[in-house]
Structure formats: C-alpha cells, structure tokens
Design a protein around this ligand. Structure first.
Ligand SMILES: [Zn+2]
Length: 187
C-alpha cells in the first residue's frame, strides 16, 4: 500500500468513512449487549448481526488477499492467514447451533485439520508465478473471492440467502478497497 503525491486520494476518504461506519456499527452492537440483551435475544432483535459480523471478517480477509501476488514475506504469510480465516465460518456456525463449548471443540479437532488444509491451499499459491500488482489486483478476482467466500460462509452458517449475499458482497468490497488503496481499481 502506498500513499503517493502528498495529498490523500479519494480512495483514502472512502476507506476512512467505511472504517468509521464499521466502528459505529460495532459500538451499536456492543451497546445493545450492555443493555442486558443476551446473544440470542440480540440476534432476534437485530437479525443482521450474524451476517454483519461475518461480513466484517470478509472485509478484513478480502482487504489482505490481493497481495497473494506480493513479493517475498507477504506470500508466506498468506498461507496461515487463509488457514486462520478458513476456520472462522464453521466455528461460528457450530457455536451458534451447539454453543460456544462445541465451537471450541471444533477448533481442537476438525478445525485444526481445516486450518492445515486452508494453509496448504494458501501456500500452493507460492507455485504460481504471479506478477506483483498484476492479475490478482483487479475487479474479477474481487468478485470471484466474494462469491466463493459468500458460498463457503453460507454452507457453514445457517444464513438466509440474502445474508449470504451481504457477506459475499462485503468480501468483494474489502478486496476492492485494497485495490483502490493501491490505485489499481481496474478490470
Ligand atoms: Zn496490493
């Protein structure tokens, strides 16, 4: 990520605005909890909370993923990053359905294997001779990532299809956000 020519670019403003929106949403969610709502009451009162939390995770993953074509250390980091994010949707799905303890049990058993699998998939990208800020820095992989992540999340957490779209859309948004910061918002 580079910020060129002194003046902050428009992309930077959008990013800061999005960040502010996310902070406000988080604050509102925490406020609701502190008013004595339990997690299940909160989900009843605010059905979007699960999809929004999953969407926030999708934004973060999407905003680091384009640098999978980076040089050196960053490409080695992407493997475990993918591993860590890969176990989040099934963990949340399990926790919502069977309780937090079951979610933790998932992480100790199947989750650990899933972490290794996703990490291996991330590392396999080391074999692809990418050009930094090349093909992976464009809208197409952003849409593909959002779609794949939305579907993966949908298969792990019982969400309505419109909520799965929200999660996938926010993933594409995070990826696009990174492209904008790099000044690479192209097709
Ligand atoms: Zn980049």
């Amino acid at each position: 990520m580079t910020i060129g020519d002194g003046m902050p670019r428009w992309e930077l403003h959008i990013s800061i605005a999005s960040m502010a929106a996310l902070v406000v949403l988080t604050g509102a969610a925490i406020g609701l909890v502190q008013n004595g709502l339990s997690m299940s009451e909160l989900r009843e009162a605010f059905p979007f909370i699960t999809a929004l939390s999953l969407g926030a995770i999708a934004i973060v993953l999407g905003s680091v993923l384009p640098d999978i074509d980076g040089n050196g250390r960053i490409r080695w980091t992407i493997g475990p990053v993918m591993g860590a994010f890969g176990i989040v949707p099934p963990f949340i799905g399990r926790s919502l359905e069977e309780g937090f303890t079951d979610g933790m049990m998932f992480i100790y058993h199947d989750g650990a294997r899933l972490f290794l699998l996703f990490t291996a998939i991330g590392f396999s990208f080391l074999l692809v001779p990418f050009k930094h800020r090349g093909k992976m820095h464009s809208i197409y992989p952003a849409v593909i990532f959002g779609t794949a992540w939305g579907l993966y999340t949908w298969s792990c957490v019982s969400l309505g299809i419109e909520h799965a779209f929200l999660v996938g859309g926010l993933g594409t948004f995070g990826y696009t956000w990174h492209l904008a910061m790099d000044g690479k918002l192209t097709f």
